[in-house]
Design a protein around this ligand. Structure first.
Ligand SMILES: Nc1ncnc2c1ncn2[C@@H]1O[C@H](COP(=O)(O)OP(=O)(O)OP(=O)(O)O)[C@@H](O)[C@H]1O
Ligand SMILES: [Mg+2]
Length: 332
């Protein structure tokens, strides 16, 4: 079986700007794959090349072995996309929007109606089926985008920031639903600024920055690349940080605790305790904390996504009706 997505040296230029700069990615069939990167990294551009909304400047892109340009139709029929920006016809009841979408992909009207109902039920807005898009709340709009992506029963589901600005309950609902779909065999490509979400859902994640791939691995593997912190409370409190073995990459005294950075906290902790006891300290408390995926992300991209997430979500809710493409300005 060919991979669900395979790109080589993928490039997209807007004048001097390289939105995609030789991006190479492979997503296997059946995978739950995360695409992480700061604002402007090229995630949406990558997705738009796959679905034919953006024409690549160079390189190769295939979906289930089909070239995204030469076999456009087949590629488009295989993908269900829930886009980052709302792009739904505002004048029709949402059920009709879905029926129309299914029809566009060659599904006969009767079946299209059945599928529309099924998709609306699955995302939990069936009771809103006769309402227009504009009348839905922000969270319901996100649900509708997902329903529209599902109505064609896609082999590849692409979710571009599906949980931006949605409440905790809906986020959990969406997680459960996409996990279910993935278990049923749907390949999922997800972009998100909630690193915790990627960590929870994805088999593998790619971190991209400035149109290039920086890393691809399981969330676990990525976290292992970071360091752990072993934090101990000592009696008596030392005046300066005690000298330690070469396993310590650094240490700091703060609030009466000694924080020591090591590669593998649980493996090193016993040695650390022995060394401190040999120096005459009694250990009254111990905590080991692992590097979070978020910290690894910041290390790799040099960007703190947390601030980005907050302001993007806020501004998006203010700008919902005028949102065309791209991000509100000044968000980093
Ligand atoms: N139509 C366009 N014309 C000019 N530049 C564009 C266009 N579309 C995207 N870009 C630029 O390409 C770069 C990548 O944008 P893209 O939307 O792919 O980023 P992203 O990773 O999806 O970011 P975000 O996390 O903010 O959604 C950005 O610098 C953006 O300004
Ligand atoms: Mg984007």
């Amino acid at each position: 079986m060919p991979p669900a997505i395979e790109t080589a040296d993928l490039r997209k230029e807007y004048g001097d700007l390289r939105a995609l700069d030789g991006l190479e990615l492979t997503v296997e069939e059946g995978e739950f794959f995360g695409l992480l990167g700061p604002n402007g990294a090229g995630k949406t551009t990558f997705i738009n090349v796959l679905v034919g909304l953006v024409r690549k400047t160079g390189g190769e892109a295939r979906v289930f072995g089909n070239d995204v340009e030469a076999d456009y139709r087949r590629v488009r029929d295989a993908i269900g996309l829930a886009p980052q920006e709302f792009n739904v016809d505002r004048f029709f009841p949402i059920r009709e929007v879905l029926i129309h979408k299914a029809g566009y992909h060659g599904i006969p009207t009767d079946e299209a109606a059945e599928r529309a109902d099924e998709a609306l039920k699955r995302v939990g807005i069936y009771d809103k089926r006769e309402e227009r898009f504009d009348w839905l709340s922000g969270g319901m709009k996100r649900r509708l985008l997902l329903a529209r992506a599902l109505v064609t029963d896609p082999d590849l589901l692409i979710l571009d920031e599906p949980t931006a600005g949605v409440d905790v309950q809906l986020r959990r609902d969406l997680w459960e639903l996409v996990t279910e779909l993935n278990e049923e065999g749907t390949t999922v490509l997800l972009t998100t600024h909630y690193i915790e979400e990627a960590e929870r859902l994805c088999d593998r994640v790619a971190i991209v920055n400035e149109g290039r791939k920086i890393a691809v691995a399981t969330p676990e593997e990525l976290k292992r690349r970071g360091t752990d912190t072993v934090s101990v409370a000592l009696e008596p409190t030392p005046a300066t940080a005690p000298a330690l073995g070469p396993y310590a990459h650094g240490s700091a005294l703060s609030g009466g605790r000694l924080d020591v950075r090591v590669d593998d906290g649980s493996r090193i902790a016993p040695q650390l305790l022995r060394d401190l006891e040999a120096d005459g300290y009694e250990i009254t408390d111990l905590e080991i904390s692992r590097t979070s995926l978020e910290e690894v992300f910041v290390e790799l991209t040099g960007r703190d996504d947390r601030t980005v997430t907050r302001s993007t979500a806020e501004e998006r809710s203010n700008e919902e009706s005028t949102a065309e493409r791209g991000q509100p300005e000044g968000v980093v």
